[in-house]
Design a protein around this ligand. Structure first.
Ligand SMILES: [Cu+2]
Length: 247
């Protein structure tokens, strides 16, 4: 919740006091009567009125607090926030057209960053299909988003292979590769897990198990969100739109 606004707190206090006055009992204290039973009844009536007044004050305070929180808190992201939003580790690699690309080239845009490989049987195609759907849902706002795919298999993922692969999902996507040392360094900077697993009876020779989450980097280059592989396209679209519109 956002920090309390002093103006609203003052309004809340006034409203609670006003409601208290409105419903409080005018008599009670100071009254004299010879009959003790009557005084006892009066005391109980005062006590019960005091309880009603206190109850109303609490209700008024809660209603106003809910109103304030509803008005001033930004809607939350559906993805997991990265604590403290550190600067995203910088990198320079080569895209599917053979052009050098650095993360800093995308300052001013919201970046979706994922690590994978073109021979992946399931995770990578599912991720890229979702991202393509997200770009469609964003419509014209997709111009403010850069989708990056860093290869964990640079021996097989040449720029040419990456171009064919990206074009199958969305030609606006940017695939990045380099030497095994270069791509490995970037993956380690983002704490990606990946591991080659031999496939003895397959023409593919090996597959790569890898982290399935993607990241969202904001327009200022800060690492903001970790996006779970299972998230629906509509939820990812929601988060990217929120980030685009909050800057
Ligand atoms: Cu994969």
């Amino acid at each position: 919740m956002a920090d309390p606004d002093p103006f609203w707190f003052a309004a809340l206090a006034n409203a609670a006091t006003g409601l208290g006055k409105l419903f409080s009992y005018p008599g009670g204290r100071g009254w004299t009567h010879r009959h003790q039973d009557y005084q006892q009844e009066q005391f109980e009536a005062d006590l019960s009125m005091f309880r009603i007044t206190t109850y109303l004050k609490i209700c008024a305070a809660l209603a106003i607090a809910l109103l304030i929180s509803g008005c001033s808190s930004p809607p939350p992201f559906k993805s997991k926030a990265v604590p403290d939003s550190p600067m995203a580790p910088a990198f320079s690699l080569t895209d599917q057209l053979g052009q050098p690309r650095s993360l800093s080239d995308f300052k001013g845009k919201v970046v979706s960053l994922f690590f994978g490989f073109t021979h992946c049987p399931d995770i990578c195609p599912t991720h890229l299909a979702r991202q393509a759907e997200v770009m469609r849902q964003l419509g014209p706002q997709a111009d403010q988003v850069a989708v990056l795919f860093v290869s964990l298999d640079p021996e097989r993922d040449t720029p040419e292979a990456l171009k064919v692969y990206m074009d199958a999902f969305d030609p606006r996507f940017i695939a990045l590769t380099g030497s095994p040392e270069e791509t490995s360094k970037v993956a380690k900077q983002y704490k990606i897990f990946w591991q080659k697993t031999p496939l003895p009876n397959s023409a593919l020779a090996y597959t790569i198990d890898h982290t399935t989450n993607s990241f969202v980097i904001d327009q200022k280059g800060r690492l903001r969100l970790t996006v779970a592989h299972e998230m629906a396209a509509a939820d990812v679209t929601h988060d990217l739109r929120l980030m685009i519109e909050s800057q």
